[in-house]
Design a protein around this ligand. Sequence first.
Ligand code: 2BA
Length: 109
Amino acid sequence: MMKLLITIVQDQDVPALLEALTENGFRATKLASTGGFLRVGNTTLLIGIKEDERDAVFALVKKTCKRREQPENMPKIPFGRAGLGAQLDKVLVGGATIFVVDVERFERI
Ligand code: 2BA
């Protein structure tokens, strides 16, 4: 069965990941997205694959998508704890978040 990998990565990792995917014959669609927690831009790739290609794609994601510390610098409540001059908390982001979804039907018309 075909799978759709909904793959959320950091913008910095996208060029290397797309190059690796393309070089290895995989196809992807790049969507601009925003993380709900940090409220900063990230990238969602839609990658349609055959079930037996999953490990290969996971390996490419692992190789190209790094874990990074990012400041949690967006006040989610006005005048909240991350206000001006406040000590910024750090969160670890990435390498990647991947949802593996069954595809009922795939067509290119
Ligand atoms: P954000 O939602 O902006 O989250 C960025 C990072 O903040 C997360 O990194 C995680 O380390 C931390 N974080 C997120 N929610 C948190 C919470 N409620 N409490 C404490 N820390 C929290 P990652 O886990 O690597 O996620 C990176 C991005 O992947 C997320 O950006 C979001 O766009 C997406 N994502 C992760 N898990 C998801 C899920 N279950 N559903 C939908 N999108 C998800």
